[in-house]
Design a protein around this ligand. Structure first.
Ligand SMILES: [Mg+2]
Length: 375
């Protein structure tokens, strides 16, 4: 039996330029996004990669993720048998509360190593593929809506038909005008989804949601703040359009509350919220029981984090509403991979090959790293 242990941990604090501004209501993003890359080397020489991509208004900070791994998780991880992934994750949870992004970065690096050493993909390790491609959603979040509409004119004919509009940032009337413009130009050829990122207050929200409901969105994501589950339940009861919980559903405990209160019809599954691929699958097992499909959400992950998400969705039947893994092809100027995970006909193609199915560009990592923690 392979007894390889974790022998070396290198951490890279990366600040990546982005091509377009993103208007999200909270935490508007312009210029750069920060993330932490983890490289683990096993005693048999096999290398695995992970990524922590927090967002300060959502889960936490990249600076905190770096310190969490470097100071608190490193001593637990060094010398651990690489194959005992679940046991290692339990030890990390005991050593440090929270910091889901730091923990998932380590778990994906361990699974990458186990996969490479065994010739299996991470999807294989998670139970095997149930799908080979994942429908890709692009987010309409440019402060300049005309620029997004222009992008759609190129993307729709190329097969990208799913668009998630970040509503609630601009005045309601402007949102309605944008939805009208998209439906009148593309009709039913596009699958429209809306994401309020908690922008509405429960008071008066139902009127606004009834207005946007007229544009037949596939779902309305997180209309009100995360703790307003009673209001979410009222929308579920009042509207035909399904309500999707994102900020309201980080982990299994949150999901149990959502189910108990009937506060959503679907959930956004994000590795950076769940703190692990194994935990994300456990969350989906609960969601499956309650009849809630999952959607592959993101914060600001690059190629490594999204490769892990792709492997997860490939092996998790319930995450059936597609994914928003568009960053490497449309927003980031680089994603530190030798070759980006392919997009074809509006779908993300699950990469072949062992582990995460990617090759990290050492040159790109070194060129983009602001801080290197190596001990
Ligand atoms: Mg969201």
């Amino acid at each position: 039996m392979n007894q390889a242990v974790v022998e070396r941990i290198r951490l890279f604090f990366i600040e990546s330029p982005i091509k377009m501004a993103r208007l999200q209501g909270v935490g508007n993003v312009k210029g750069t996004v920060k993330r932490v890359l983890v490289e683990l080397t096993a005693s048999d020489g096999v290398v695995g990669w992970g990524e922590a991509a927090p967002w300060e208004v959502f889960t936490g900070t990249a600076e905190a993720a770096l310190a969490a791994i470097d100071v608190y998780l490193r001593p637990v991880l060094m010398g651990r048998p690489v194959r005992r992934v679940r046991e290692t994750m339990t030890l990390l949870d005991r050593a440090l509360v929270g910091h889901a992004e730091a923990k998932v970065a380590i778990e994906m690096a361990l699974l990458d190593i186990v996969g490479k050493a065994s010739g299996l993909s991470v999807a294989d390790l998670l139970g095997g593929r149930v799908r080979d491609t994942i429908p890709l959603s692009f987010s309409i979040a440019d402060p300049d809506f005309a620029a997004d509409l222009e992008r759609m004119r190129a993307m729709v004919p190329a097969g990208n038909v799913i668009y998630k509009v970040k509503t609630g940032v601009k005045p309601h009337k402007e949102d309605l005008a944008h939805l009208e413009a998209m439906r009148s130009e593309f009709g039913d050829a596009i699958d429209l989804r809306l994401d309020y990122n908690q922008a509405l207050q429960p008071f008066g929200a139902i009127k606004i949601l009834r207005d946007v409901d007229a544009f037949a969105p596939t779902f309305i994501e997180q209309p009100v703040p995360r703790d307003n589950l009673d209001a979410m339940a009222a929308f579920v009861a009042a509207l035909d359009t399904p309500i999707l919980a994102d900020e309201s559903c980080f982990d299994a405990r949150d999901l149990n509350e959502v189910i108990r209160l009937k506060a959503a019809n679907a959930i956004s599954v994000k590795l950076m919220k769940a703190g692990g691929l194994l935990k994300a699958q456990a969350i989906m097992a609960i969601a499956d029981q309650a009849g809630l499909p999952g959607y592959g959400g993101t914060l600001w992950e690059g190629g490594i984090g999204l490769a892990a998400g792709t492997q997860l969705i490939a092996a998790t039947p319930g995450i059936s509403l597609g994914c928003e893994f568009y960053m490497p092809h449309h927003v980031l100027t680089e994603d530190v991979l030798e070759e980006r995970v392919a997009n074809r006909n509006g779908h993300v193609v699950v990469p072949d090959g062992p582990g995460l199915g990617i090759r990290v560009s050492e040159a790109s990592v070194r060129a983009n790293a602001r801080i290197l923690a190596e001990r």
